[in-house]
Design a protein around this ligand. Sequence first.
Ligand code: SDX
Length: 424
Amino acid sequence: MDSAKLELDGNTYELPVTVGTEGEVGVNIRKLRSESGAVTLDTGYGNTGSCESAITFIDGEKGVLRYRGYSIESLAQKSSFVEVCYLLIYGELPTSDQLEVFRHKLTYHSLLHEDMKKFFEGYPPSAHPMSVLSAMVSSLAAYYPDSDDPKVQELNIIRLIAKLKTIAAFSYKKSIGHPYMYPRNDLSYAADFMHMMFAVPAETYVMPELLTAALDILLILHADHEQNCSTSTVRMVGSSGADLFASISAGISALSGPLHGKANQEVILMLEQILHDGGDYKKYIAKAKDKDDPFRLMGFGHRVYKNFDPRARVIKKKADEVLSKLGIQDPLLDVAKELERTALEDDYFAERRLYPNVDFYSGILYRAMGIPTNMFTVMFSMGRMPGWIAQWLEMKKDPANRIHRPRQIYTGSQVREYKEISER
Ligand code: SDX
């Protein structure tokens, strides 16, 4: 199959077809407007491919997710977040030497410039950490200017991944009025983040190995997800030539929406609401089905997955394992499981193929780690960072790429004469 035919207004147009390595078919409409004068219309881009990409493959029908060809299940079981960062950005699993060099660079670039600490002083304790994160990431460009030099660009990528956990932990410490805990070079990425979040100068912080291992897996599971809203934002902003930090900052802002990354925070708020409402989850299932009720089952449904989100499966299993090992009885987990069981037996959800997504159970694990609910989407950002970077790099290197500038179909007033205010 190498072309498609479009019949429009008595004319036939032959459109080239691109078939991907997994058999996905893309009808290339690059010349459609110049040849026919027409554009396609696809509000929300549910049927539109924005690029060709070799980074992540999702089969929404089968619940398959792979980074650079490796299944998410195998990476969650056998890899580490730092190794997955390398895989996504460089395209191959590193050798042990490559991994050690990469890990060393991340470790030795995790400090923030001391002047950047002053930025936190300007925020009220109530500031949402996603607003702080987006602003701080954008501000990194003031200290580490963009450059066409590949070595500088690679160093800025290292700086971004390395400093992100420091910015996240510092914003938390500032919000609770505690002193900052600086990065430690003897700790892994996840352990260093936990240390900066929860250690205090007065005593030695006992690192909960079980939780840092679970955090590393959560970061892996969030690392990339092809052309989702925030990644498409990163690509769009980067397509104008904006620097890495500005592009990623825009992605963080896109992720902060409750329909996207902030859903993990909304899930916990929803479960707490159900619990406080006597645990009547069936009432909330009914609300979710009611067209006149704006309530949605947060953490349920997905534009691509019409089967289980494979990440949700791994997270649910890990949440069960961690909570039972720690002897934690989290009533929210019980409500979540009952909600899932009831929804999956309900025709409304079955007909619309609505399943738990990555956000449905992740908050249960973050809670067990002691991470505050308003930091959950920051955790999502930390995990997604290598994916955003890899996608930004792929866009920059794509010879077919040009500034993203969609068209529209105008439905407003036709031409009319200006009237003086006295005549209106
Ligand atoms: C993420 O794209 C990605 O890859 C994102 C992500 C990533 O890794 O980057 O996977 C991360 O953002 C996961 C999604 C987190 N968001 C939520 O959990 C919010 C709740 N879910 C939804 O609002 C919704 O399911 C979306 C936003 C996720 C998907 O929306 P779509 O694809 O635009 O689907 P839709 O709104 O057109 O819904 C189709 C139907 C509608 O019913 P009908 O009009 O056909 O009768 O399903 C219904 C919707 O009302 N529906 C829901 C529902 N989600 C969809 N009804 C109740 N509860 C829900 N959660």
